[in-house]
Design a protein around this ligand. Structure first.
Ligand code: PMP
Length: 292
């Protein structure tokens, strides 16, 4: 496996960062999780825009332009001869001293890993996932904005551990006010009487790329009403259908939440239609890896 790190492709064993990198010492950095399907990188432009916006949010200068970053991703995929892949793009504050001050970190580091990922077992897609509501809250926008996809995932990790302790795979995270923000690594949607609803970013949701694609498909292909709105757990318990979206997870049906059965306890009809539409979209669109 070849890893891209600061302008070079190196073997996995040689892909190293310093113990003085503030990405490691303080979680000071940003990242993206991107997928390639069938030789095309899905919504690459959107991922790069989000990465650069996350970096801007924390005053981190990405050491390459968007064009160069795009070329580096394609180069990494080609070097690993991948057509279907999960790509992790990371920008860290770089090497500094033991203090917090990012001014002591003269140059940010960037690395790209192209690998495979399987988040949930196949039966989760056909039978649906169970969720709990976790006691760990999502960051409030007046601390670190939840729109920044930073290397600080401890809140989400705590929530994930709580889910696993409860015997389920994912958990709903509320914001400080008690409204639903999202799950630990996915956005949440509910369907009620032909309206598809997801929390807005100001409720604490990440502006998910899969979320955006699914909202478009729901509107244009399934002719559903789509809106962003505040949701309480009650609205999930009483929804007709519920599902999660994320680059790694794709679209996953949810059939139980906090021991309440959602709908008839099976993946919803419209959810299954959206999964089909999403698979079609990902296999047909995106930036080609091997042409040019
Ligand atoms: N929320 C969080 C907290 C995430 O980490 C992710 C995964 N990147 C998502 C939502 C889903 O976003 P996307 O569809 O862009 O992967």
């Amino acid at each position: 496996m070849k890893i891209y790190i600061d302008g070079k492709l190196v073997e996995k064993e040689d892909a190293r960062i310093s113990v003085f990198d503030h990405g490691l010492l303080y979680g000071d950095g940003v990242f993206e999780g991107i997928r390639a399907y069938n030789g095309r990188v899905f919504r690459l432009r959107e991922h790069l825009d989000r990465l650069f916006n996350s970096a801007k949010g924390i005053m981190l200068e990405v050491p390459m332009s968007k064009k160069e970053t795009e070329a580096a991703i394609i180069e990494t995929l080609r070097a690993n001869r991948l057509k279907d892949a999960y790509i992790r793009l990371v920008v860290t504050r770089g090497v500094g001293d033991l203090g917090l001050d990012p001014e002591k970190c003269p140059k940010a580091s960037i690395f790209i890993i192209a690998d495979k990922i399987k988040l949930y077992p196949e039966e989760m897609y056909t039978q649906g996932l169970e969720l709990i509501t976790t006691s760990t809250r999502r960051f409030t926008p007046n601390s670190l904005s939840p729109c920044v996809k930073s290397l600080n995932y401890l809140n989400n990790i705590m929530a994930k551990m709580e889910a696993k302790r409860a015997g389920v795979q994912e958990a709903i995270m509320l914001n400080a006010e008690g409204y639903i923000a999202e799950c630990t690594g996915d956005n949440l949607f509910v369907l009620k009487e032909n309206a598809l609803i997801t929390p807005p970013t100001w409720a604490g949701a990440l502006e998910g790329i899969t979320r955006g694609a699914v909202m478009e498909l729901a509107k244009n292909k399934l002719k559903l009403l789509v809106r962003e709105d505040m949701l309480a757990t009650y609205h999930v318990y009483t929804a007709d259908e519920c599902f999660l979206t994320g680059t790694a997870a794709e679209v996953v049906p949810v059939v139980r939440v906090d021991e309440r059965v959602i709908g008839d306890g099976r993946p919803g009809k419209l959810t299954l239609k959206l999964i089909k539409e999403f698979r079609e979209l990902t296999s047909l669109t995106g930036v080609p890896i091997y042409e040019k």
